[in-house]
Ligand binder design. Structure first.
Ligand code: ATP
Ligand code: MG
Length: 284
């Protein structure tokens, strides 16, 4: 019995999806150019699909689980479970208007025409804001709609904003934030659920390790209390005496976001020989 996972065939989520499976110890090296691949060392079969089709396939049980943008999950509105955010494919669904259009707030969109590939999400958003606008559904090249006179505004995915800028548009509203998510069907049998649980456990371990660094340092014993207060660690830091009298070695795990701040505080408290090591997996 194998668990079937659907991932994007090519496009923005493809590489990161394959990479995280690899970091979960799943070897797909023989099947990457095909539409389906079997892992050698884990009961997993991978189906490579268009991202828009993934929720439907997962709902129908053609695939048991998948990695897909949250935006697609909410737009397609299929009955599937979102189990975990993947930490990649981050973007936002935004409304943009032409650069020279005067825009104060969302009420300015009343009665306007908005081109989008996300009519469901945008429709709900406008309704929640009590703005009545006309949605023009397009499947691609949304950014050119205002300049060719198809619409007054657009609603599309943005990450850096450079595409909007290049098309003479400015971002005026964020409708939703999105990233890739791990989804599953709602009716997996016992055996598949067990494999899914194992896979999810590995994904969480890989994700957790990405945010954390292992820190090793030497500290004078009289500063140990201060240094331990700075270092949260998983439980508390590990402290080992060094051969040199009056000194100890301190090992801990720190959060990437607070990294520089913590390193500065450690130095100010007499820490020396600080080594920072990436963590490959983290099981807590
Ligand atoms: P497919 O051929 O699979 O239908 P696509 O062209 O519809 O691919 P991509 O452009 O590869 O889709 O985007 C896939 C997903 O990547 C999006 O649904 C979204 O979740 C995410 N994403 C992240 N950043 C961006 C961005 N700047 N623009 C578009 N999508 C983004
Ligand atoms: Mg698509």
């Amino acid at each position: 019995m194998k668990l079937k996972i659907a991932i994007q065939k090519s496009g923005r989520l493809y590489e990161d999806s394959v990479k995280i499976l690899k970091e979960c110890g799943i070897d797909l090296s023989n099947g990457l150019n095909k539409l389906r691949a079997e892992a050698f060392n884990f009961p997993l079969e991978v189906l490579f699909l268009r991202d828009d089709d993934i929720p439907q396939y997962v709902k129908d049980g053609v695939a048991d689980c998948g990695i897909v943008g949250e935006n697609i999950v909410y737009e397609t509105n299929k009955k599937i479970k979102v189990l975990e955010k993947m930490g990649f494919g981050k973007c936002r669904l935004s409304i943009a208007v032409q650069k020279n259009t005067e825009y104060k707030n969302i009420k300015d969109l009343k009665g306007k025409k908005i081109a989008t590939s996300y009519p469901v999400i945008l429709g709900k958003y406008l309704k929640s804001k009590r703005v009545d606008a006309k949605l023009e559904e397009v499947s691609g090249s949304v950014e050119i709609a205002p300049s060719v006179g198809l619409a007054d505004a657009i609603c599309d995915l943005v990450s850096s904003g450079s595409t909007l800028f290049a098309n003479g548009l400015k971002e005026v509203e964020t409708v939703m934030r999105s990233e890739a998510v791990f989804v599953s069907g709602t009716k997996l049998d016992k055996e598949k659920s067990a494999i899914l649980k194992k896979l999810l456990f590995r994904i969480k371990a890989v994700k957790k390790s990405r945010h954390n660094k292992y820190v090793l340092l030497n500290a004078p014993n009289e500063k140990l209390d201060a240094i331990c207060n700075i270092l949260p660690g998983m439980k508390s830091p590990t402290i080992l005496p060094l051969a040199e009298k009056g000194w100890s070695s301190v090992h801990s795990v720190i959060d990437e976001e607070k990294f520089w701040e913590i390193i500065e505080q450690l130095k100010d408290n007499g820490a020396q020989g600080i080594l920072v090591i990436p963590i490959e997996k983290m099981i807590v």
